[in-house]
Design a protein around this ligand. Structure first.
Ligand code: SF4
Ligand code: SF4
Length: 71
């Protein structure tokens, strides 16, 4: 398992790099522009901008994202 974790005061985001295929649905559709792509994987570089909308979890076809505010 290669799971990366990012934390802010409000939320925790995990991305499973074994599942992430890097096609950037999360990067394109996150309204907070939280994600960027580095080395072909999603990075929650701007987690402080998260508005807890759960779009990233919904749009990731690989189910690679786990978000503390989203079931
Ligand atoms: S949508 Fe999912 S698979 Fe695609 S880059 Fe984001 S985390 Fe990776
Ligand atoms: S929950 Fe919404 S704002 Fe937060 S990282 Fe996911 S898509 Fe972006």
């Amino acid at each position: 398992m290669d799971v990366k974790t990012w934390k802010s005061d409000a939320v925790t985001i995990e991305v499973d790099y074994d599942k992430c295929t890097g096609h950037a649905m999360c990067v394109d559709q996150c309204p907070g522009e939280v994600y960027e792509l580095t080395g072909g994987k999603a990075v929650a570089a701007y987690i402080d901008q998260c508005i807890e909308c759960c779009t990233c979890v919904a749009v990731c076809p690989e189910e690679a994202i786990v978000h503390s505010s989203c079931d």
